[in-house]
Design a protein. Structure first.
Length: 134
């Protein structure tokens, strides 16, 4: 993975497409994900429709919590002619397990904070002054 090599892709090139962003922002995509672009005379990069579809995929995958290295692996598998289905299935399953664990942990903290709040509300004002310096 070319972690230090980045291309800036102007969002205006994808803003007219479904899922495109605003004209003023840029998307940062590792060079290993995008194919080489053709350049115009002034040096602007020109991408084909396949690349715009790939950018839409990257955007959606990022929204779902996929890291760029995970996306790059999926793209690499696809480009090599192999089906990334099993790899994606495993990633999605792992991400769901991690989210479910995080939700369980958050529910526990939520319950503890609710209990603390109830305790503090019933605490006499003199007792609550002990917490004023915290």
């Amino acid at each position: 993975m070319a972690a230090t090599s980045w291309w800036k892709v102007a969002s205006s090139s994808v803003s007219s497409r479904p899922g495109g962003g605003s004209r003023s922002s840029t998307r940062r995509v590792p060079a290993g994900i995008l194919p080489p672009a053709r350049r115009t005379g002034p040096g602007y990069r020109v991408y084909g429709l396949e690349t715009l579809a790939l950018l839409a995929f990257v955007t959606q995958a990022r929204r779902l919590g996929f890291r760029l290295d995970e996306i790059e692996r999926i793209v690499t598998l696809k480009r090599s002619g192999r089906t990334p289905f099993k790899h994606v299935l495993d990633l999605v399953q792992l991400k769901l397990e991690n989210i479910e664990q995080a939700l369980t942990d958050l529910a526990e903290v939520h319950g503890q904070l609710r209990g603390l709040l109830r305790s503090l509300r019933w605490m006499p004002p003199v007792e609550s002054q002990r917490f004023s310096g915290v």
